[in-house]
Design a protein around this ligand. Structure first.
Ligand code: HH2
Length: 260
């Protein structure tokens, strides 16, 4: 899954794809480079961010979605039913909700009615405050219990389980140690029986483990290591900014794992 953030303030690519022609070109390139789907988002959820209105989100993403319709498989990164509905009308196939159906009570109906795919992600708290001393009893078990509950909720709302993937939410109310433990113990999430999506690309934990305590992002080399590790442990979808490099790294990892 390639990432195209149509935002001025995303943590690693803010402002790069604000122009809709550039954003659409980047998405097409990601498809050529081997992405199966491109996640288009109009709201940053980086630590400390405040959120934007549905009008602003639509203003950012609609021109991009119009350019991609019928050309690139699209996932819409939104928590808002209105934005999701318009995106699905414009051909998006998957709704990526970082709040796991907790912020907009109408979003579940939109997904159920349209038959879209859905990603349910774990987040502790909200982006504005989530990195202020996050704590867990047992991070893997706590995240799995949350996702199991949200999965049951989504299914109760009429969304078929086969259409849902789950995501530990790397960096969403987690220290670097929490993020690494979640990858190490990915089997706890896989036990829920749904495909697991991991988004470690460029996240600050990667820069911090490399020795910069104030890092707000991580380098490509570290993103690749995290992606390969996640893949080895069973992740089915990797959400990444640098598609070509990840496809190359994962092709090698796949070759090794497939054996002779
Ligand atoms: N991470 C980000 C945004 N959306 N969705 C899922 N399912 N999983 C993730 O790990 C995830 C996500 C944050 O990264 P990015 O989109 O690059 O930045 P920003 O939120 O600042 O736009």
């Amino acid at each position: 899954m390639g990432v195209v953030n149509v935002t001025p303030d995303s943590f690693s690519d803010g402002g790069v794809h604000l122009d809709s022609d550039r954003a659409a070109a980047a998405a097409r390139r990601m498809l050529e480079d081997g992405a199966a789907i491109v996640d288009v988002g109009g709201e940053s959820t980086r630590p400390g961010s405040e959120g934007v209105s549905a009008e602003e989100e639509l203003r950012r993403v609609v021109p991009v979605l119009e350019r991609l319709a019928g050309v690139v498989p699209v996932s819409i990164d939104t928590s808002k039913a209105r934005v999701a509905r318009v995106a699905l009308e414009l051909g998006a196939e998957l709704v990526n909700d970082v709040t796991a159906l907790r912020s907009d009570p109408e979003l579940a109906d939109v997904v159920a009615d349209t038959g879209a795919y859905l990603c349910l992600m774990h987040m502790l708290g909200e982006p504005r405050t989530m990195q202020q001393d996050p704590r867990y009893d047992d991070v893997a078990a706590d995240v799995a219990a949350f996702l199991e509950e949200r999965l049951a909720f989504a299914v109760a709302q009429g969304i078929p389980e086969e259409r849902i993937c789950i995501d530990p939410g790397i960096g969403f109310g987690k220290t670097a140690a929490h993020n690494f433990e979640l990858l190490r113990r990915l089997d706890v999430l896989l036990a829920l029986g749904r495909p697991v999506l991991v988004g470690f690309s460029r996240k600050r934990s990667l820069g911090r483990v490399l020795g910069d305590p104030d890092a707000t992002t991580g380098p490509l080399s570290a993103s690749l290591a995290a992606a390969v590790t996640a893949y080895e442990r069973g992740a089915a979808i990797l959400r990444v900014h640098d598609v070509r490099e990840h496809v190359e790294a994962l092709t090698v990892a796949q070759g090794v794992m497939a054996g002779p």
